[in-house]
Design a binder for this molecule. Structure first.
Ligand code: PLP
Length: 224
């Protein structure tokens, strides 16, 4: 392994203020790389494919907190429901209900984030701001006792234009505060803003991020 995971993990950590949590995105990286980060004290890891996550979960220490960050099909929820710490990519009531159902079966409450679609690229999943407001207004989520909505997740467009990235994260941050006030004012758990990846997390942190999802900078280029 040429890429020095330990060194890069420490470098990333040194750039993060106390209140920002690091989710090390380990998708497409082997368990050996995760073990290096684990030995360095990292406990929160993110994966975007159910099968890859389940395989890694089986053979790695059980005090790892796994975050699911990819598009999650409803028929895959049952596989991760027993152990997943947070599902960051909830983008429909249907998916939320499915998570609730399987969490209940396992006697758990699963933490989730609502994924926003704020980037202009059409390929992204997630709620548009209006769809997110409508989802919350409809109120069905209030009956789901085995999921806890802890905040929002968002990705900016993959562009070099820092001002555009900043304006997209600012939209997410404004929406977070709007939603917090309107639906979650009395709920301390609703506090997370998961934005920022390797190339844009510095900007994301200027826009209120509480959780950054960093893969490439820690683990090197992904091998597909
Ligand atoms: C892959 C991925 C990341 C990490 O991206 P890097 O550029 O490698 O840091 C973050 N968030 C999501 C949703 C991802 O799919």
């Amino acid at each position: 392994m040429d890429y020095d995971v330990r060194k890069h993990l420490i470098e990333v950590r040194n750039t993060l203020p106390e209140h920002v949590r690091l989710v090390a995105i380990s998708k497409y990286h082997p368990v050996e790389c995760i073990e290096i980060a684990y030995k360095e004290g990292q406990r929160v890891f993110g994966e975007s494919h159910e099968q890859e996550l389940s395989r890694k979960y089986e053979c790695l220490p059980k005090d790892i907190e796994w975050h699911f960050i990819g598009h999650l099909q409803t028929n895959k929820v049952k596989y991760i429901a027993p152990y997943i710490s947070m599902i960051e990519s909830v983008d429909s009531l249907k998916l939320l209900k499915e998570i609730n159902k399987h969490a209940e079966k396992h006697g758990r409450v699963i933490d989730v984030l609502l994924e926003l679609h704020i980037a202009e690229e059409a390929t992204k999943f997630g709620f548009t701001p209006d769809a997110c407001r409508k989802f919350l207004d409809d109120g069905e989520w209030r009956d789901l006792r085995n999921v806890r909505i802890c905040g929002l997740m968002a990705m900016a467009s993959f562009v070099d234009d820092n001002e555009r990235i900043r304006s997209e994260f600012s939209v997410a941050e404004a929406l977070f505060h709007e939603i917090k006030e309107k639906y979650f004012a009395a709920d301390d758990a609703f506090c997370e803003r998961s934005w920022g990846m390797s190339d844009d997390y510095m900007i994301a942190m200027e826009c209120g991020s509480t959780m950054v999802r960093i893969g490439t900078t820690i683990f090197g280029p992904r091998v597909y």
